[in-house]
Design a protein around this ligand. Structure first.
Ligand code: HMG
Ligand code: MG
Length: 301
């Protein structure tokens, strides 16, 4: 067993985190959050999504947020895109990367993007081709890679299938997502192995929601496999509006604490990251959903 010496984190707080908030979060606050994340050393930030505002009203200010961020050299800004209409709007905002998002479960695909898995791939194909032709990177999210809120357990073969379909249409790297945060390490390992049948170690990342408190254990299990890309959310923000009861992604602060504690480099300043989490938590009027951030904030006061 040899753990990676460096880990690349994508903070998905501004998108996955805030998409689920019922109260309106002004574009200026989202822009402020992106700024604080890049100040803390995050070099990949999922900023927003170009989805239907009827489906996810919180992301309706996507173009305003993208226009308002101050881009920093060396930082990759990504956005979610479900279809050509979303791509055409997104491209005007000059994202460095787009994320097409499919699922390993048919019912979740229907509930989340209103089409079957096969239809989703058909929709993504021209989007991926257009993005690649324009020099924009393409990532693919595989939701419900371990379990589905509507279908229950999801077999690794389903993940392998979607990974293959994504690879065939030109998606460059994939996120293996535990959308509802129910997986434990063995289940996680099998889902990651399934994606690794079609993508190499550099192009598979873990996206773990923390509903049952297993996300750090799952992260460790993936690290043991050599996976070194993960998504996490500052202050543990978030959830998916189409996965009821699921809580946010694992908190970036907790992942950074884990990694630094094992001597794994992230390029992130944990204190500044805690400040970023505090900033958005103050706005939302609740404490950060991160054990490490809470401990560090208690120590400060
Ligand atoms: P639909 O209703 O089937 O779409 O929704 P449609 O093509 O029939 O169009 C219906 C209306 O939406 C039309 O407007 C379109 O113009 C408009 P109308 O004529 O009624 O006024 N429309 C759009 N507007 C803006 N941007 C667009 C767009 N597309 C159509 N891109 C659709 C299909 C995919 C649009 C819808 O289901 C949708 O927006 N879903 C998004 C759901 C979502 O954002 N979920 C959360 C993100 S995924 C996630 O969180 C999981 C992840 O974190 C990984 C994990 O944890 O699992 C990534
Ligand atoms: Mg998610």
């Amino acid at each position: 067993m040899s753990l990676p010496t460096r880990v690349q984190l994508i903070d998905v707080g501004p998108r996955d985190g805030l998409q689920n908030e019922k109260q309106p979060v002004p574009a200026a606050v989202k822009i402020g959050l992106v700024q604080r994340l890049q100040d803390a050393g995050l070099t990949e930030i999922e900023v927003t999504s170009f989805v239907s505002p009827k489906w996810v009203p919180q992301m309706a200010d996507n173009a305003e947020v993208m226009a308002g961020i101050t881009r920093q050299a060396g930082v990759r800004y990504s956005v979610l895109v479900p279809n050509m209409k979303g791509y055409e709007a997104a491209v005007l905002s000059r994202p460095d990367e787009i994320v097409v998002f499919g699922a390993a479960s048919e019912l979740f695909s229907q509930k989340n993007i209103n089409c079957s898995i096969a239809e989703s791939i058909e929709r993504f194909a021209p989007v991926v081709a257009a993005a690649r032709a324009a020099g924009i990177q393409v990532r693919g999210a595989i939701s419900c890679a371990m379990a589905c809120p509507y279908e229950g357990d999801v077999a690794p073969e389903r993940v392998e299938l979607v990974a293959r379909l994504m690879k065939d249409i030109g998606v460059q790297r994939v996120d293996v997502a535990d959308t509802i945060g129910v997986a434990t390490p063995h289940k996680t390992r099998r889902a990651m192995e399934a994606a690794l049948k079609h993508y190499d170690l550099n192009n598979v990342s873990g996206h773990f929601h923390d509903t049952y408190g297993q996300a750090l254990a799952n992260t460790y299990a993936a690290l043991e496999m050599g996976i070194w890309n993960f998504q996490s959310s500052v202050a543990g923000l978030g959830g998916c509006p189409y996965a009821k009861g699921a809580t946010g992604n694992v908190a970036t602060e907790d992942v950074v604490y884990l990694l630094h504690g094992m001597g794994i480099e992230t390029g992130i300043d944990l204190d500044k990251l805690v400040d970023a989490g505090q900033y958005i938590s103050d706005f939302l009027q609740r404490p950060p959903n991160s054990r490490a951030a809470t401990a560090l904030l208690n120590k400060r006061s």
